[in-house]
Design a protein around this ligand. Structure first.
Ligand code: TRP
Ligand code: SF4
Length: 409
């Protein structure tokens, strides 16, 4: 099988990621996802969106919560430092092209591919009180594929659980390109482009193509790609075409994306389990300082430390996990040795942590403040983002309609 980078070599430096609006964001989201979004926005052309249709696939029974959840989540993004001057922020359902692309992709998506996505059965089992034997829920990963392919994104930062969805997206893109990537003049146009490269280059291209197609020579493939990318007098469409031609398939209309695995910091909840809304153990991103302090003060610690004189083991303590996320090396060394030597009590160990969390949250709350006091500003950010996203979506759909034969003139 071909590896992804070969086909996405021609893609841009676009990044796309989405989040379902299922409630207020917490520190797990912050350290697991948002910090990463913020980090990427400087170096890539980032599109971050509210996956509201995805939320509806599982939460169709609570439509009244959508409005609030959406705006609260966008404020959380902004509070975390996502910068609307750098990244494009939008709402999925405001770009109806996503629905059209989802539909068109569904024409070439084998049912078995969707039924085999691990999250399908997992989530049905986990959310057993909900009826998830719906068409919409089965199509969840395909809708995600449409989100990604719409922006022809090269990179999709996701957590581990989402990797199969990106993998499916790649397979769908490949199949779509296979069915629809060859226009009636594909061969002629490809030959034309080869000619344009000039006699000598054209000759080595043909030799590389033959080596790859007949013998699967990967080195020849890599050289062929490099050769195409180096051609100054070919436009992007011609380059795409030639990559397809080199590989013996059609033109890559929808480039295959790459999952960028986010190394999620292990964020313990207040009870030591993973922090999650469904366990009721969260510290919200914009939580009340008093509540944050109180919650950390009562957090469970190593159960061996019954009395202050009992030594403890940080590895058995969820508070230590928080130190790993928040404290500098000196504080960590202090906490760890003090714990093992029983030289102080757990409350004392928690104190620098409380200060650190509050300090960071203060910054977050300050960034949120102008948006909280003037919700119109949030709407403006989203409005502008939707317009930008829409421009790209309209462009993609023109190409896609042309390819599937529905661009009637
Ligand atoms: N399924 C993703 C999640 O639950 C959300 C999502 C929807 C997404 N569309 C996407 C993520 C496209 C990345 C790219 O987290
Ligand atoms: Fe946990 Fe610190 Fe108490 Fe040790 S001293 S058990 S690390 S809170």
């Amino acid at each position: 099988m071909r590896s992804s980078s070969e086909n996405s070599a021609l893609a841009n430096n676009r990044v796309l990621s989405g989040m379902r609006p299922t409630g207020r964001l917490h520190l797990g989201h912050y350290h697991g996802v948002l910090k990463n979004w913020v980090r990427m926005q400087k170096d890539y052309e980032c599109f971050y969106f509210v996956a509201d249709w995805h939320a509806l696939t599982t939460h169709y029974d609570t439509p009244e919560t959508m409005n609030e959840h959406i705006w609260e989540m966008v404020i959380d993004w902004l509070a975390a430092g996502v910068d609307p001057e750098q990244a494009t922020l939008f709402i999925q359902s405001r770009i109806p092209e996503h629905a059209e692309l989802h539909l068109l992709l569904s024409m070439v998506t084998p049912l078995g591919w969707l039924e085999r996505v691990p999250s399908f059965k997992d989530q049905q089992r986990k959310l057993h009180d909900k009826d998830l034997s719906t068409y919409g829920f089965l199509g969840y990963p395909l809708l995600q594929a449409a989100d990604i392919l719409m922006y022809r994104a090269a990179h999709v930062p996701v957590g581990e659980d989402q990797v199969p969805h990106v993998e499916l997206t790649r397979e769908i893109a490949r199949r779509f390109n296979y069915f629809f990537g060859r226009g009636p003049n594909f061969e002629i146009e490809a030959q034309q482009a080869i000619k344009q490269m000039g006699g000598k280059t054209a000759k080595s291209f043909s030799r590389l193509k033959q080596l790859f197609n007949e013998k699967g020579d990967r080195e020849a493939h890599a050289q062929g790609i490099a050769l195409i990318l180096g051609q100054q007098n070919l436009n992007q469409t011609q380059k795409d075409q030639l990559v397809g031609f080199l590989e013996g398939r059609g033109k890559a209309i929808l480039p295959e994306p790459e999952a960028l695995l986010t190394e999620a910091a292990k964020m313990p909840g207040l009870d030591g389990q993973k922090m999650s809304n469904s366990y009721d153990n969260i510290i919200a991103l914009r939580d009340e300082p008093k509540r944050v302090e109180q919650s950390i003060r009562v957090m469970p610690t190593d159960p061996a430390r019954v009395r202050i004189t009992d030594p403890g083991d940080p590895d058995k303590c969820p508070v230590w996990q928080l130190h790993l996320v928040y404290s500098d090396e000196d504080t960590q060394a202090w906490a760890s040795s003090g714990c093992r030597a029983a030289s102080f009590g757990c409350l004392e160990c928690k104190q620098p942590l409380i200060e650190k969390v509050l300090e960071q949250q203060e910054e977050i709350r300050q960034r949120a403040q102008p948006y909280e006091s003037n919700p119109e500003r949030v709407k403006e950010v989203i409005h502008a983002g939707c317009q930008k996203a829409r421009t790209v979506a309209v462009e993609t759909m023109e190409i896609v309609r042309e390819a599937v034969g529905t661009a009637y003139k």
